[in-house]
Design a protein around this ligand. Structure first.
Ligand code: BGC
Length: 349
């Protein structure tokens, strides 16, 4: 079968090539791949800056934002041929650490977790794949065109859960949320904020293309001014940060309402320097009981929340997040940004 692979740590090694067909284990599903989404992590892997092949191999099948259709399922697994499924990205470390031992592998402490398509496990960018039944998540049958958004939605579902749990340390009735960045993560964070009944604001640099309309159609407010202008105008109780851009991150930290929570989800490149007034930021965090919390990956609970959130969302709005679909044999095109791109998807079927 055909699969999208790289030589980790080697730039320009992306190649669609033949790899062995998957063999379904006893407690596994055999799945026909429908699509994989491309995110910033995939671009880093393709640039040779991230990613690890399985031990003893030199190529890694990439793809961690999956969607497929079950071809074979073990009896009694709760899955049947024809079901739409998404494979979970992370697996607990083999030791396992206390968090992994409790199913919270997204909070792994010793860093020995593995991730499909990213870290020491082949991903889902292949014509078929197998997955442990316990790490497959069923998707509403009506979501065939957009179910590939489940993994990024799980990341955002976890971020919202962090906000709620951190907020729960005292009285917490947030009203206003600012989402910084209107890429897939930011837009999905905005969707979940609207679903929670919050007043949602989204900040992004662009003033044209599909983003402003997508935000407006959620009933949220689009902004493209400087972060400081936006925060001083709206005083957000919560910021979901999805740009990873230093100036936006620190602007958000300094600009929340009292008892504000900033949840960081953007992975920024290393080595970018910025001069900040550390005294003011520290003072504001202390005097306002503010919290800045980082959030990565997602566990099974977050995938289930995400599946519910997508099932509740308007399909046509979700479809508009997927701005380009590229066939597997031309997958390389998915890694070259085009104007108006939000989520680019590689079709496997
Ligand atoms: C994925 C996460 C993963 C992280 C770090 C992100 O792009 O969505 O699941 O944990 O990369 O590898």
């Amino acid at each position: 079968m055909r699969a999208l692979t790289v030589h980790p740590a080697t730039a320009r090694s992306l190649e669609v090539c033949d790899v062995p067909d998957p063999v379904r284990g006893e407690h596994e599903l055999l799945v026909d791949g429908l699509a994989v989404g491309v995110c910033g992590t995939d671009k880093e892997i393709v640039a040779g800056e991230y990613g690890w092949a399985p031990p003893g191999e030199d190529r890694l099948v990439i793809g961690h934002e999956s969607l497929g259709r079950v071809r074979e399922a073990p009896a009694g697994s709760g899955f049947e041929a024809g079901d739409l499924v998404v494979g979970v990205v992370r697996r607990p470390d083999p030791e396992p650490c206390g968090a992994c031992a409790r199913g919270e592998f997204d909070m792994c402490r010793n860093g020995r977790y593995t991730e499909r398509g990213i870290k020491e496990r082949h991903g889902y960018a292949s014509q078929s794949w197998s997955v442990e039944c316990d790490y497959a998540v069923g998707v509403d049958p009506g979501l065939e065109r957009v179910g590939v958004l489940l993994e990024p939605t799980s990341v955002v579902a976890k971020a919202w859960e962090q906000v709620v749990r951190v907020g729960g340390r005292s009285w917490f009735e947030p009203r206003r949320v600012l989402v910084t960045g209107a890429g897939p993560i930011g837009l999905l964070a905005a969707l979940l904020g609207v679903q929670r009944g919050l007043e949602v604001h989204v900040l992004d640099r662009v003033t044209s293309g599909p983003k402003p309309g997508l935000v407006a159609d959620l009933g949220a407010t689009y902004h493209s001014e400087d972060v400081d202008q936006v925060t001083s105008a709206i005083q957000p109780d919560v910021v979901i940060e999805a740009t990873g851009a230093g100036a936006v991150v620190f602007g958000a930290m300094a600009g929340t309402a009292k008892y504000g929570i900033v949840c960081l989800t953007g992975v920024s490149p290393q080595g970018r320097k910025l001069s900040v007034d550390a005294g003011t930021i520290n003072r504001e965090l202390v005097l306002e009981n503010d919290v800045v919390v980082g959030s990565v990956n997602a566990n099974l609970r977050h995938y289930r929340h995400a599946a519910d959130a997508l099932a509740q969302a308007e399909r046509s709005w979700l479809e508009r997040l997927i701005t380009r679909r590229v066939p597997l044999e031309r997958a390389g095109e998915a890694f070259t940004a085009q104007e108006g791109d939000i989520k680019v998807v590689i079709e496997l079927a």
